[in-house]
Design a binder for this molecule. Structure first.
Ligand SMILES: [Ca+2]
Length: 379
């Protein structure tokens, strides 16, 4: 029975990655592929919010429970519940102009001013994971006359439309952007300013950003002020499949692309010391403005990576509550100052008084001395 549950819980069998001690397990509840069953419209917002809260609570309870009973994979219990039908049949929600087709999910069609998103309903509590994104960006627009691209998210909030590739600004978590329109370059061009060849970027450009909710994505500058890294990725109108992978292992974030039709991963971004909380949501979103493209997602596959940690790493990799990146200063969230305790207030008043009295005494002494001297000079 336990074995059966384990098999159910781990989806496909383990697949060894590389020569090391890393195994990957496909996580069905965070994955999406053809045929697109279990994808539903966002529904009424009020309705959604209630359901989400309930769902998050359920997942948190299960996680807690699995920790208590010492079961590493909380999915064990989770799948059991799904199996008896208490869970939702829809693991993914569509939003805005996104549409389910037979061969793909279209986030936006090649039309102006559209925005769409696709969000996983199940928060992810895995520590080490890899998300493989099979996508396709194509349209009628000529070079640099198309936009705006698509984003892949691992964030605290879901289903929040906004200006950052169709998602909210000041998000909390990780955003990976496949930006197809060079806003900054075009602006410079309009102002007849020239870029030095070393600085100019070739678009489409992939970049990543970690946010604790205090940073704004600067659309006009293609996110340059807040990016962790990036690379050029010529991904439009290709006749072969294009993939992007986000790997998060031991707080090391790696983004690789397979866009040349060679079935090989090519490095794009690598950042150590990225602290991401657990329990966030995977999603993808896209937006078009004056310029447009078809932004299609063919599949999203999330793998759990099992890696060994020594006791020291276990201590170092403890859970965090806000996203951050080591050696990179994110502005603090604007939290109100903690109220002063009674004692602190008393000490501040007391020492202010002592200092004032001291200053007055010194002042009087100096004044007297000065008067004495001037009197002496007078005689
Ligand atoms: Ca852009």
């Amino acid at each position: 029975m336990l074995l059966l549950l384990l098999l159910l819980g781990s989806g496909q069998g383990p697949r060894q990655v590389g020569a090391g001690q890393t195994f990957e397990y496909l996580k069905r509840e965070h994955s999406l592929s053809k045929p697109y069953q279990g994808v539903t419209e966002g529904g009424r917002l009020s309705d959604m919010k209630g359901k989400n809260r309930w769902w998050l609570q359920l997942s948190e309870d299960l996680w807690w429970l699995s920790e208590q009973v010492g079961v590493e994979e909380y999915e064990l219990i989770y799948f059991l519940l799904i199996g008896v039908g208490t869970g939702s049949s829809s693991l993914w929600n569509l939003m805005g102009n996104a549409m389910v087709m037979t061969q793909y999910i279209r986030l936006t069609p090649d039309m102006q001013s559209k925005q769409g998103a696709l969000w996983n309903r199940v928060p992810c509590f895995l520590r080490d994971w890899e998300l493989q994104v099979h996508f396709k960006i194509h349209g009628q627009g000529k070079k640099n006359l198309h936009g705006d691209g698509l984003a892949i998210w691992y964030t605290k909030d879901r289903m929040q439309p906004g200006p950052v590739f169709g998602n909210m600004d000041k998000f909390v978590g990780l955003g990976v952007f496949i930006d197809t329109y060079p806003n900054e370059e075009k602006q410079q061009e309009a102002q007849k300013r020239r870029y030095s060849p070393g600085v100019q970027r070739v678009f489409p450009y992939i970049s990543a950003m970690v946010n604790n909710g205090s940073l704004s994505y600067d659309h006009e500058r293609d996110g340059r002020p807040t990016e962790l890294g990036g690379c050029t990725a010529i991904v439009r109108n290709l006749h072969y499949d294009t993939f992007l992978v986000i790997r998060y292992v031991k707080r090391h974030l790696t983004i690789m692309i397979d866009i040349d039709g060679k079935h090989e991963w090519r490095d794009c971004i690598e950042v150590p010391g990225v602290r991401l909380p657990r329990g966030y949501y995977f999603g993808t979103s896209s937006i078009t403005g004056d310029l447009s493209d078809n932004h299609d997602v063919i599949s999203l596959k999330l793998f759990e990576l099992t890696v060994e940690r020594n006791p020291e790493e276990e201590k170092l990799h403890r859970d965090v509550f806000l996203p951050s990146v080591d050696n990179m200063k994110l502005p603090e969230m604007t939290a109100p100052l903690p109220p002063l305790s009674g004692l602190a207030l008393f000490l501040i008043v007391f020492f202010s008084l002592v200092f004032s009295v001291f200053a007055i005494v010194i002042g009087i002494i100096l004044y007297n001395k000065w008067q004495e001297q001037s009197r002496k000079r007078f005689y």
